[in-house]
Design a protein around this ligand. Structure first.
Ligand code: OFO
Length: 171
């Protein structure tokens, strides 16, 4: 049986992961509208990964004999202007999610829930990767400036990203 405070913070995290999926889908639609189909692909694949993040939490709560509490998902930000601004928003959002995951870790420690403390390590590592990915693309976009040929090449590169289902137990 899972501790109530830990259960609550995990349920709140499910909501944040599904919000992340909404946010990336909104970004994907924006990129599609402006004809950057590789960027649209990259953000759509990321949206699917975010759903996996939510589902892994969902399965974990059930495995611990907890209660699922699905909360309302807010509409995502849609004030997008250009690729650099979108990826700066992504980095800010992922930093926020990292803080949120850290709070789950702190809560697990406070409540002496070592199973959740162990479980959440996977998310801590995942957040390092998510922030690094966003930062990498920001650096490239800043380096290219107004160079359309480089943007075109990056769009092609981001178009090669493929979805692979994330699964906590298999990793
Ligand atoms: Fe689920 O990591 Fe991004 O938001």
């Amino acid at each position: 049986m899972i501790n109530k405070k830990v259960e609550d913070i995990l349920n709140a995290q499910i909501n944040k992961e599904f919000y992340s999926a909404y946010l990336y889908l909104a970004m994907s639609a924006f990129f599609d509208e402006i004809g950057l189909y590789g960027f649209a692909n990259w953000t759509k694949v990321q949206a699917r990964e975010e759903v996996d993040h939510g589902m892994i939490l969902f399965d974990y709560i059930i495995e611990r004999d907890g209660t699922i509490d699905l909360q309302q998902i807010n509409s995502p930000d849609r004030s997008f202007e250009n690729p650099l601004q979108v990826f700066e928003k992504i980095l800010d959002h992922e930093k926020y999610v990292t803080e949120s995951i850290n709070c789950v870790a702190y809560m697990s420690d406070d409540e002496c829930d070592l199973a959740t403390r162990h479980f959440i390590n996977w998310y801590i590592s995942e957040q390092v990767e998510e922030e690094a990915n966003a930062l990498d693309i920001i650096k490239k976009l800043k380096m290219f400036g107004e160079d359309k040929a480089s943007l075109y090449q990056l769009d092609k590169d981001l178009g090669t990203r493929t979805y692979q289902q994330h699964s906590y137990k298999s990793e």
